[in-house]
Design a protein around this ligand. Sequence first.
Ligand code: TRP
Length: 331
Amino acid sequence: MKKISLTGIKPTGDLHIGNYFGAIKPALELTKEYDARYFIADYHALNTMRDPKGLNSTIRQVAAGWLASGLDPEKVIFYRQSSIPEVFELATMLMAFTAKGLMNRAHAYKAAIQENNEKGDDTDAGINMGLFTYPILMAADIIIFDSDIVPVGKDQVQHIEMAQDIAQSINANYGQQVLKIPQAGVQEDSAVIPGLDGRKMSKSYNNVIPLFVPEKTLRKTIMRITTNSQSVEEPKDPDTSQIFQLYKLFADAAEQEALAGRYRAGGMGWGDAKEELFQVVNRCLTPIRERYDTIMADIPALDKILEQGAEKARPIAAATVKRFRKAAGID
Ligand code: TRP
């Protein structure tokens, strides 16, 4: 039997090419080797997103973005966290076994407290219980599907360790393997995708190239990439150009070599380099954008896909809760 992988997707913000190469593509590779499950973590988003319209449409945009990028709902299980009530039942059960001190040590919570203290605010200002108990809900997300491996970035490793701690103390208490202990599949730092200003592409830097914008907007965005003041004639070093770093993500080896040659020869201005970049980005994104637009034009069909995923997921979730309840004497 194949091992089970689980990927949680936070429904926040518009997807950009940093997400695509840093998260979506590597996560979709898992389908080859694992019995892969993917879910939209919409109750997690409730901690910070209070605008109902915004949250409602972000959930669909992110789901459509993953489908358009190649997630095949026939081959994997793709669902919304909020469609699986057993996740929240399990979270309550896990809470009984989670030391408050463990939550006190969570990085995100500690950072929020530290920020308050530095500002001279009340220690707990603006911190809700959703943030404080985030690692428990995340543990429930993972444990409920008997996940073997959870691919995460380094910032999420602590959460997986907490899930392990909680599950282990439950198994130890009942003297049997009630819950499977998950492992973190730490993604080695994949190449940093540079943004428009050369810093890491990130929504918080406002330097992103969005995935699903019309061609015109895409060109305009690419033309905004900052460059140095080298003249057209001057030879340029492709290896230090963020335009070329981006180009490499989209172009084949022969194209890369050809363009690197033009950089080094001189006579090519930054405007031309950006136009070359636009051409290859647009070539790659056009089919994805078309699929995205088609999916977004029929939200009921999209919801149906997610609902069908939830139907596949719920029996698995229910079985885990049942096992735990039986072990605990609540059956
Ligand atoms: N915390 C993850 C993030 O910030 C999202 C997430 C929620 C998740 N539940 C999960 C990831 C379960 C993996 C498994 O990106």
